[in-house]
Design a protein around this ligand. Structure first.
Ligand code: PEP
Ligand code: MG
Length: 574
């Protein structure tokens, strides 16, 4: 049995297809002066060949995966057309007197390291793109044929060191049952691709590509992050049964798509919404039966560019989401930059503790023109659907008042300009700082709603950096301190006649769901693909049962005890 990271749920059993990836030998020796021109010519020919290959892959991806998934190959072509990158490789050949493949390898390695060292997840992904393109260039320089997954003829479990966007775009998806890779984490390309294809995947298995041979029988358990190569008879039998059970469970989840998030006895209905980052994510939200968007992270509009997005650009994005979701509600969170996300074009300080620093609403209140432009765009879009505004990282009432004063200014300006908007749109805050959770009764007077951001609330409450893998065992949503804060926020909002949602990852956690339901949470917002499983739990319990589970959890002293109790309940209702 090999243990890795559960990257995409499901269980599959099948024959292995091991993508070997040829051994590439790079000639690191120096070349004589006279060969420099020759090497530059080899480089240029390889660039043209790579471009032609990528154009073909892009066309195939457009047909089979859609425009948005094909965009990555346009990005790859752009790397090949980037004069800075290409000139750097040529200069290296000339100055260091090295082969074309050596120069590509050295220059790209620098960029890969640079992007990998950035805190931003999005930029880290760019490192994978550069690696993918430069590997292709090197293979083309060396004339090594590029193995593709296009012609797998029988149903297979794909095993590889790692899968690149070009591997997955070319693969014959009808025949791919699952992925198992040596490298990768939950946000790696392989993991994201598997989730979007809805096939099981286990990544980070270290050396499965060496341990398995093509044709071996393999079990991929994407729920537990386990892979078996040539399992014994009893494991195989056991997994065949589990695979069928899981299949039935998936079908049952799909059937829930258009049903409401209502308890079994019909006495309590909650709203099940999706978190999105760009207008493109709306499709996944609707496909999974989202009743609204509980968190639209607007940061992505500001990233990967060299200036602030204009009011018009923002308006277009917000309007698109509002129209696509109407009449369902969408909660647009104002800019939450800082912490792990920096904008290169804003003069942002280097900080000792960026997560405790100049981020989100703090930065926006210091640079009110940024917030006002965003609020104007949101207000203008409010005519096209059911929009609500949410401020991130609020720690005290004063910040809400200051942000609302800027909102009032934006409204006044639009009125003076004769531009219409919804004057009654709801305004709420994220409760993600412990101080806000503790004084929820005070803050409730200033808002229409709360949305609990558990990703940050847990890290701040438990003093556990959410990005630090060394202490990830301490990052515990079921910690009694977290549950007490969540209860305090919900109760305070209800006493003030307001409502509370949750948009941190905890809202999509099946173990937390019965407790949150019982605590009276009004809205659960999560990754779209988690909605069906949470809905299943909610629809299987009566409200009284959920309240009892919540009360029992609040009286327990440790997360393990709480988890065990809820797991038993879930086993019973499954
Ligand atoms: C949170 O903190 O729970 C949250 C949803 O915001 P983000 O993950 O964007 O910080
Ligand atoms: Mg947050």
């Amino acid at each position: 049995m090999l243990k890795g990271i559960a990257a995409s749920p499901g269980i599959e059993i099948g024959k292995a297809y091991v993508l070997k990836g040829q051994q590439i030998v790079i000639n690191r020796a120096n070349i004589p002066d006279g060969m420099v021109e020759e090497e530059i010519k080899r480089l240029e020919e390889a660039i043209e060949k790579s471009k032609a290959q990528l154009k073909k892959i892009k066309e195939k991806a457009e047909e089979e995966l859609g425009q948005d998934k094909a965009e990555i190959f346009q990005a790859h072509i752009m790397v090949l057309e980037d004069p800075v990158f290409i000139d750097e490789i040529k200069s290296k050949i000339k100055s260091d007197k090295i082969t074309a493949e050596n120069a590509v390898s050295m220059v790209s390695q620098n960029y890969v390291e640079m992007f990998n060292n950035m805190d931003d997840e999005y930029l880290k992904e760019r490192a994978a793109d550069i690696k993918d393109v430069s590997d292709r260039m090197i293979k083309n320089i060396l004339g090594v044929s590029i193995e593709t997954l296009a012609d797998i003829s029988e149903e297979s479990i794909i095993i590889a060191k790692d899968l690149t966007p070009s591997d997955t775009a070319q693969m014959n998806k009808e025949k791919v049952l699952a992925f198992a890779t040596d490298m990768g984490g939950r946000t790696s390309h392989t993991a994201i691709m598997a989730r979007s294809l809805e096939i099981p995947a286990v990544v980070g298995l270290v050396d499965i590509s060496l341990k398995a041979k093509s044709g071996d029988v393999v079990i991929v358990d994407g729920n537990k992050g386990i892979v078996y190569v040539n399992p014994d008879e009893s494991t195989l039998k056991e997994y065949e049964r589990m695979r069928l059970d899981y299949e039935k469970y998936r079908i049952c989840l799909k059937e829930l798509k258009d049903l409401p998030g209502e308890t079994r006895d019909g006495t309590r209905k909650v709203e099940l919404s999706a978190n999105i980052g760009t207008p493109k994510d709306v499709k996944g939200a609707l496909d999974n039966g989202a009743e609204g968007i509980g968190l639209y992270r607007t940061e992505f509009l500001y990233m990967d560019r060299d200036n602030l997005p204009t009011e018009e650009e923002q308006f277009a994005a917000y309007k698109q989401v509002a129209e696509a979701m109407a009449p369902r509600p969408i909660i647009i969170r104002t800019l939450d930059i800082g912490g792990d996300k920096k904008l290169p074009y804003l003069d942002m300080p280097d900080e000792m503790n960026p997560f405790l620093g100049w981020r989100a609403i703090r930065m926006c209140l210091d640079r009110p023109h940024i917030l006002k432009t965003q609020l104007r765009a949101i207000l203008r879009a409010s005519l096209y659907g059911n929009i609500k505004i949410m401020y991130p990282m609020i720690s005290c009432a004063e910040e809400i008042r200051k942000a609302n004063a800027i909102l009032e200014e934006a409204k006044q300006e639009l009125k003076n300009e004769g531009i219409a908007f919804d004057d009654n749109l709801e305004v709420g805050i994220m409760v993600e700082i412990p101080s806000a959770a503790v004084i929820a009764d005070i803050l409730a007077k200033e808002v229409d709603f709360f949305s609990i951001g558990t990703n940050d609330l847990i890290q701040y409450t438990l003093a556990v950096d959410r990005m630090n893998e060394h202490i990830s065992n301490l990052y515990e949503p079921l910690h009694p301190a977290v549950l007490r804060l969540v209860k305090n926020v919900i109760d305070a909002s209800h006493r003030a006649g307001k409502w509370t949602g949750m948009c941190g990852e905890m809202a999509g956690d099946v173990i937390a769901a019965p407790i949150l339901l019982g605590l009276g949470l009004d809205e659960f917002s999560m990754s779209a693909s988690s909605i069906p499983q949470v809905k299943k739990i909610i629809r299987s319990l009566s409200y009284d049962e959920a309240k009892e589970i919540a009360e029992r959890a609040l009286n327990m002293e440790s997360p393990d005890e709480i988890r065990k109790m809820v797991e038993e309940v879930i086993e019973r209702i499954k």
